[in-house]
Design a binder for this molecule. Sequence first.
Ligand code: SAM
Length: 277
Amino acid sequence: MIDLSALPSLRESLETHGLLANKGLGQHFLLDLNITRKIARLAGPLEGRMVLEIGPGPGGLTRALLEAGARVVAIEKDARFLPLLNTLQEASGGRLEVHLADALKVDEAVLSAGEPASVVSNLPYNVGTALLIKWLTGPWRPQSMTLMFQKEVAERIVARPGDDAFGRLALIAQVMCEARIVMDAPARAFTPPPKVDSAVVRLDPRSDPPEPSRVAAMEAVSQAAFGQRRKMLRSSLKALGGADLCEAAGIDPTRRAETLSLDEFLRLADARLQRAN
Ligand code: SAM
């Protein structure tokens, strides 16, 4: 195991470099290595694996990922952290690469040099959902994702049909992946503490995800259905075929979006594709 104990503590490193959190970049740091080690365990096994870490910041989670044996490609938007991350890079025995970039714009396939890689991150809250959608629907697919979100967002990702939080995010996440909350993190675990609690979600891609055309049709249906979630499907889906579309999919048109299962949404997507052909 790599020994990073000679490095100054995260708190000391932040002080030495005069670094204060920038809230505009969603900066809430995990400075307790017991917490970051737990996240690395939940993301594991990591020995010899490639991990993309978004927003390493001062590098608390990065240290834990390196200790667990991962090769880490870190993408950080805030240049102020580079000197601190360079020190970690020197101690990493060649297992840490740092890129100064916006994670929304990077090409993960290029950064991972075509190798399979997992994503592990204490995500910046302001772009967390957009990044998740990118990895769920984009051309590059991670091997697994272990991601810290605001608790409310985590609950929207794992919500089941019938739950109040069940909506478009749960649908796309669960059609593409198995998704579960694996850890709760109270606001006091972060420096500075955010206003709300957080949770870590682990997402493991399904071995037989639907074709991109079915996913796109499902997204169109769910956008319309959840756009007017209190209405019956025959009216919320009117522009896409309303009651006829529901009947073609074998679904009662008087039902509402939040009661439909993942499979029923895919049946509506298939009916929509058939009508379009
Ligand atoms: N990983 C560190 C930790 O756990 O202590 C920091 C997590 S902090 C919640 C989010 C990090 O993401 C910050 O370092 C922030 O600068 C960075 N960040 C924000 N927006 C980003 C973006 N679009 N691309 C890459 N990094 C970003």
